[in-house]
Design a protein around this ligand. Structure first.
Ligand code: AMP
Ligand code: ZN
Length: 466
């Protein structure tokens, strides 16, 4: 299996530190608002990476943090007249609602920065003791020039960075590239006790610290959106590697942006759609299929037209799933027939192709194309004359290949059952109220969809006729 490593700028063979186990850390959201679908792309991409690793037999320890203390959190809490903690609690709840709806698997742990203050203080202390950080009047800075390899992730060297840096905005820093790992309390800000007085952690240190606490000194994969390469991940590497003297993460993965009119979707540009807005209009499978229809390292442009065509494509697959489900009900022949054995081998080749694509740096775009080809093949070759075993095998295979992408797990039949139950109830109610016009309309609408209702002694039944 190959993974593109931002650190080496190469696709590398993926070899986990422990056999069949992966420790993975993904930078999560700052919880001051609903997340937008640009953030959503990153969450879906790394959820897919995780699911695929699991599909390939790895146990994945998946950590994604919540940044619940920073300038944006403080500002928003002040605007709303609530505490930073209350704001965090609220938007963590909202995060789970949207992430669950998008079929994003729950992380092994979602640590909150404010729950690791003691550990962060210890981390900062260690960096000072080792001579990598210094305190000035309640603030603590990391001294970048003490770390020879600073810039290795983003492919820059310190001199260039220093030259490009604006005039030192903070006169107290030894170098403009030094960054805060502990921030002195300003009036009215939440703060915690520390050897340097009341203050709060910087953003970068929280991830270094929580990754270390929850996953150990060297982790397999560290991931996040492309915008985090510099300075966030560069700074995480500097802090972590100076503290432990070990490699912080073996593989660095970054997902490209979701754009709107070729600009990054972001809150500050006000060109965003929340996940919630989009989920009100499109099923989670549509959103995921859209996000995964491009390679994760390629920028993706958002538009409703693209979502509409994704929806139409997905419907073709679900129609096939619905047909297979119906066939399972109708076919009598149970066991695989002799002449079907070759067909099983034939569709197994789609699985091999899918794995080949996904093993190549999670090429979901090509893997999805394989699923479409397979579904077309199944659709033309499986009929009422097939055996139940073959139908079930095909249906299971579609679901098997959909699962790492977090799609195709719904049952058309169950959904229809639920929907029909509601419709039949509405019709019964209409009849009870002697609203014959409505009752007839419901019956006619169903007829248009190829569904007929039958009054039986056991109550109203529905049947799909083709
Ligand atoms: P934030 O809450 O802004 O810190 O972002 C949370 C995660 O979403 C980070 O990994 C970001 O890199 C990522 N992200 C933010 N905007 C976008 C975007 N337009 N496309 C893809 N990922 C994004
Ligand atoms: Zn982070």
């Amino acid at each position: 299996m190959k993974v593109f490593n931002t650190l080496t700028r190469k696709k590398e063979e993926f070899i986990s530190i422990k056999p069949k186990e992966v420790n993975m850390y993904v930078c999560g959201p700052t919880v001051y608002n609903y997340f937008h679908i640009g953030n959503g792309r990153t969450f879906i991409v790394f959820d897919t990476v995780r699911r695929y690793l699991e599909y390939r037999g790895y146990k994945v320890n998946f950590i994604q943090n919540f940044t619940d203390i920073d300038d944006k959190m403080i500002k928003k809490a002040n605007e709303e007249g609530i505490t930073v903690k209350e704001l965090g609690d609220r938007f963590i709840d909202e995060y789970y609602k949207d992430a669950d709806a998008l079929n994003i698997e729950r992380a092994t742990v979602n640590p909150r920065a404010t729950e690791f203050i003691d550990e962060i203080v210890q981390f900062v202390k260690d960096l000072i003791d080792k001579g990598y950080a210094y305190e000035v009047d309640g603030d603590v800075y990391f001294e970048t020039k003490k770390f020879d390899e600073y810039g290795k992730l983003s492919g820059q060297n310190l001199e260039d960075l220093q030259a490009g840096a604006r005039i030192n905005v903070d006169e107290r820093k030894k170098d403009p590239m030094d960054f805060a790992i502990w921030k002195k309390q300003k009036p009215g800000e939440p703060a915690w006790e520390s050897p340097w007085g009341m203050g709060r952690p910087g953003w970068h240190i929280e991830c270094s610290c929580m990754a270390y606490k929850l996953l150990g000194e060297t982790i397999d994969i560290h991931a996040g959106g492309y915008d985090l390469i510099f300075p966030h991940h560069e700074n995480e590497i500097a802090q972590s590697e100076c503290r432990t003297g070990k490699t912080f993460a073996k593989y660095w993965m970054h997902s490209a942006f979701l754009n709107v009119n070729n600009e990054k979707m972001s809150k500050s540009l006000n060109n965003f759609f929340t996940a919630r807005d989009i989920l009100a209009k499109y099923a989670p499978d549509v959103v995921r299929l859209f996000m995964l229809s491009g390679h994760y390292r390629t920028q993706l442009n958002f538009s409703e037209d693209l979502l509409e065509s994704t929806k139409a494509g997905l419907e073709r697959i679900y129609n096939a799933i619905g047909n297979l489900e119906n066939l399972l009900d109708e076919i009598k022949e149970e066991n695989l027939k002799e002449n079907e054995k070759d067909y099983v081998k034939h569709i197994d080749e789609y699985r091999d192709k899918y794995i080949e694509k996904m093993d190549d740096d999670f090429n979901t775009a090509d893997a999805i194309a394989v699923i479409f080809d397979m579904v077309r093949d199944i659709n033309t070759n499986i009929t009422i004359d097939s055996s139940k075993e073959l139908v079930k095998y095909s249906l299971d295979l579609i679901r098997e290949l959909g699962n790492p992408l977090g799609i195709l797990q719904n049952s058309v039949k169950e959904n229809l059952d639920e929907e029909m139950e509601k419709i039949i109830e509405q019709r019964q109610q209409a009849r009870k109220e002697k609203n014959w016009a409505l009752a007839d309309k419901i019956r006619d609408d169903l007829k248009d969809r190829g569904i007929v209702l039958e009054d039986t002694p056991q109550g109203v039944r529905w049947k799909k006729i083709n």
